[in-house]
Design a protein around this ligand. Structure first.
Ligand code: GRF
Length: 208
C-alpha cells in the first residue's frame, strides 16, 4: 500500500511510521512514498529527507485563494499515487477538492478522545475543561473539523501536575500512545482495508 503522510511540525508520528516500516519484526504492509507539508523548515520534512523519502510543500500564502491551495495540495499528493493518506500533525483543514480525491482513504490523528475537544487545541481544551481522562483518536477525515468516523482510540489519564505546564507533559504522554496507535491502525488498514459500519455500510480495500 502506497502511503503519503502530511505534516506541519516535529513529525514524531511520521517517524514512528518510518521506523515501523523499516523494522522487519513489525507487520507493516505499506511504503511511505512521499511526505507533504504546508510549510518549510520543519523537523517533519527533515525526518523524511533523512529517510530518503520525497517531499513536497504547499503553502497557503503562495496561492490566491484557499481553493487553489487545496487543488494544488491534492494535485501534488495525487502525483505520488497514494492508496492511503495520513495527516500526522498536519495543522490545516483540507477543502472539498482534496476530499473528493482522497475521502475514505484519508486518516487523521488527533490528541483527544473525539468527539470531545476537536480543533487545534485538543490537549489544552481537555485540561481547561477539567477532564480526568483524555487520549488520542485516529479517524477518517470528512468535511468537518475532526468529525469523521472514528477508527481507534486510546485513553490517557490526566494528572494533577499537568495543570502546571499548559499541557506540555500531558501532550507528550498522549503522543507516546498516539504514535503506537497510528502505526497499528495504518498497518491494519493497509493489510485488511476497512469496513464502515452503520446504515451506509461499505468496505474499502486499498492497493488490491
Ligand atoms: C500530534 O499530537 C497530533 O495529533 C497533533 O499534533 C501532534 C503532532 O506531533 N495534531 P508530531 O508532529 O507527529 O510530532
Amino acid at each position: 500500500v502506497r502511503l503519503v503522510v502530511l505534516v506541519s511540525g516535529s513529525g514524531t508520528n511520521l517517524q514512528a511510521l518510518i521506523d515501523a516500516a523499516a523494522d522487519p519484526a513489525t507487520d507493516t504492509p505499506y511504503e511511505i512514498v512521499a511526505v507533504g507539508a504546508d510549510r518549510g523548515g520543519i523537523e517533519g520534512l527533515s525526518r523524511a529527507e533523512r529517510a530518503g523519502i520525497p517531499t513536497y510543500t504547499c503553502r497557503v500564502k503562495d496561492f490566491a485563494t484557499r481553493g487553489e491551495w487545496d487543488a494544488a495540495l491534492a494535485e501534488a499528493t495525487a502525483a505520488h499515487a497514494p492508496d492511503l493518506v495520513v495527516s500526522a500533525g498536519f495543522m490545516k483543514v483540507v477543502g472539498p477538492g482534496f476530499l473528493a480525491r482522497f475521502g475514505g482513504r484519508f486518516l487523521n490523528t488527533h490528541p483527544a478522545l473525539l468527539p470531545s475537544f476537536p480543533g487545534a487545541h485538543g490537549v489544552r481544551d481537555a485540561l481547561a475543561y477539567g477532564a480526568k481522562v483524555t487520549g488520542c483518536t485516529v479517524h477518517f477525515v470528512d468535511d468537518g473539523v475532526d468529525t469523521g468516523p472514528v477508527i481507534a482510540q486510546r485513553a490517557v489519564e490526566v494528572r494533577e501536575e499537568d495543570h502546571t505546564d499548559e499541557g506540555a507533559a500531558l501532550h507528550e504522554r498522549i503522543k507516546e500512545v498516539e504514535r503506537r496507535l497510528l502505526v497499528e491502525v495504518v498497518g491494519r488498514i493497509a493489510r485488511d482495508g476497512y469496513t464502515f459500519e452503520g446504515p451506509n455500510r461499505r468496505r474499502v480495500r486499498l492497493g488490491h
